[in-house]
Ligand binder design. Sequence first.
Ligand SMILES: C[S@@+](CC[C@H](N)C(=O)[O-])C[C@H]1O[C@@H](n2cnc3c(N)ncnc32)[C@H](O)[C@@H]1O
Length: 211
Amino acid sequence: MAKQLRRPNGAMGSRVGNMMNKANEFLYDFTLSVMQPSSGQSILEIGFGNGKFFDKFFAKAEGLKVTGLDFSETMFNTAKGNNKENMESGKLSLHFGSSQQMPFPDNSFDKIFCINVIYFWDEPHQHLLEICRVLKPGGRFYATVRTKESMLKMPFTKYGFTFYETDKWKLQLTDAKLQFVEERPADEPIIDFDGDKLLVQSLCVVAEKGN
Ligand SMILES: C[S@@+](CC[C@H](N)C(=O)[O-])C[C@H]1O[C@@H](n2cnc3c(N)ncnc32)[C@H](O)[C@@H]1O
């Protein structure tokens, strides 16, 4: 399960993608409420999974240009199938690749977000440097995570997950020339993860690139 959550693959990966939709929809609504995208902004999602929630963004503001990046071939192909209209109309573009080395020019995005992704960054520094590079000056990065206490309730997080810790994250942001702005908490409704009913808490951690 831990391996599939890190990088969903094949038929099992597709099932995990559907499971994540049920477990994580609240986190998409929460992250959107913190991000408050405004008309015409350019937004990047890192680790979009099967891409079921892009419409929530388009419903929030006019003229958004949304880009997605995911390093799972299974998720990339599934998300393309789930978003044909958005891609054909030019509002959404999806890319296969890793946040460690992004295929985007400097200063491209007003906002970058990721949900349930940073646990898998073995060396966050390189990812954060890339995020800083592709953010526009004054742009913001939103990382939504479940708290360490909540993650410990899920048995599979013993394998290959790095839990979010505020102090470490602040240092990592500073090392990549990003400024910590705030940490917004949310109590989630009880989630059903693979048959387990869990009461968990999450955080949206916001950082900014200087002007
Ligand atoms: C646990 S899933 C979360 C999916 C979705 N964001 C959600 O919360 O339901 C992690 C996703 O991030 C992708 N991912 C993990 N590390 C990545 C990286 N370094 N670059 C791009 N995508 C990554 C995985 O392939 C997977 O689709």
